[in-house]
Ligand binder design. Sequence first.
Ligand code: ZN
Length: 657
Amino acid sequence: MKSLWNESEAAQYPGELGQRVYTSRLLGRDASLVLHGGGNTSVKLREKNIFGEDEDILYVKGSGWDLETIEAAGFSPCRLNHLLKLAKLGELTDLQMANELKGCLTNSAAPMPSVEAILHAILPGKFVDHTHADALISITNTATGLSRVQEVFGDRVVVIPYVMPGFKLARLCAELFPKNAGPRTVGLVLMNHGLFTFGDSAKVAYELMIELVTLAESYLAKHKAWELPSPAMVPAPRAARTEIAALRKDISAAMGVPAILAVQGSATGHAFARRSDVGVISQQGPATPDHVIRTKRIPMLGRDVAAFRAAYEAYFAACAAKAGRKLTMLDPAPRVLLDPELGLCTIGRTAKEAAISADIYHHTIDIITRATALGGWRALPAEDIFDVEYWDLEQAKLSASGKPPVFAGEIALVTGAASGIGKACVESLLKRGAAVVGLDVNPAITKLHCRPDFHGIVCDLTQEAGVTAAIEEAVRKFGGLDMLVLNAGIFPPGASIADMKAELWHKVMTINLDANFLLLRECHALLKLAPNGGRVVVIGSKNVPAPGPGAAAYSASKAAVNQLVRVAALEWGKDRIRLNSLHPNMVFDTALWTPEILASRAKHYGLTVEEYKTNNVLKTAVSSRDVAELAAEMCGPLFAKTTASQVPVDGGNDRVI
Ligand code: ZN
């Protein structure tokens, strides 16, 4: 492992807090050191308080911040003396500790300090760095981990046996560290958890971390447990998309809410899921306490959700009885799944959660593989995992997290999503918490949003093979389909029937009608498996109730789709799928309407552009966003009892009224 310290980069971070920010980010850049909010850092500074007195302040990473992107505001200023006094208390519950941590801040607007704040306070050195380095965990999580750690680091670290993070751990370190530290001590190893280093400058503490982790890596290499096998290419999952969607439905039922199921398709995940010993090495527990919540106790092997659920319920009952506390069981749904065909899959309430679990589990695979090569992987005992899972602080966090967005855990597919109404629909659905797959023939679709809950696929809707491949990809990405927004369509240049070429007629029908038939047919089985029932919204047109001369092909295609959807509503009601149409008119903020076209059309009617835009009963302009918001609402609870409706969104049209 190389130090990333760079003098000119470091110079851009002035002051000691600035240096603290800089090396925290260096740690955060390496996913084998810290992942997704894991790890924490601190600096002890002397400051004048409001009375003009000198006071020692511990700036420690606040919760909700990631080391990779942390800023000065992400460090919570705690009164150091207060923390040192807390460390001397014989007893303190974790909820009391959380209260004290919040109470000793000098800035009431600062984030909640890390639960490891007291540990940072008692360690010597102005700068303290803490990681959950993969290489260290690969060594500690073995049968002879303790003696191996002593062999690797000698008297350079103090080793603390595993205790759950929180007050008890801080208390134990406060007791053992001064007793066992010597003149060569530069760090602290927490068994099955991580590593601390400290120093008088940010650079020293950081480079000691790199040095100690490198020692761990070299030890693994010496024991032929460092190089990971390079797995073979992943074969495409053989499971049909409906099998994946059915699995997601079962998992959602166990979770009690719709869930995202992401088939990772990684070679590493696949190879691990197919190991002959996967039933042993994957079923012992997570690598570190901070992985417990994200990956759950153990991954689910195969696809039998009922069996996993029963095993979890039995585990909870046994542990809860032993703990002698009254506890409410968390949902018995897995967060990680290993299947010989599907490989590694991760589950989350949102696409982001599933992505985080995937990152963590990929590291877990590396750790388990190395520990196994070193002589046998050993996770935390089940009771310790249970303690973390049912930790007061985690429970408090869960009950504090607000109401989830209306479409959390649900998946929407939008056609023609790169621009105009389709693009606006993507935004309205994302805003409501859905994971969205956007299809468009325009390659810009792949870059429309860079976030874990959006996936853009380039797709020509007139090519059947391309459409089915895109649906397949959407299901592997998020696990199924709950909402379908049929938006893609073309509006050809005006042509009277007498002059219209058959070619134009067919082109319009192919895109506006045939493609929608194909999408409906191919998505039906998936929508039927939607945990909360499937929903389809069709972006129709004012031309359905009020066609215009010169637009025969367009009007006929839209009217045909309208009729198709009415039949689908009759056929699919028994499958809990509802379909509704909206009929927009004169939506001018789309690629179709350039300022030139707008000006010429306005002129044609003897109106100003503004008059033309608001030429409706309500004298109001209709935007893509107006249409998209209605489309999203049609998928929501407001329209739960409505199917086959047709709602105009046109400012009121006297020909329709
Ligand atoms: Zn930690």
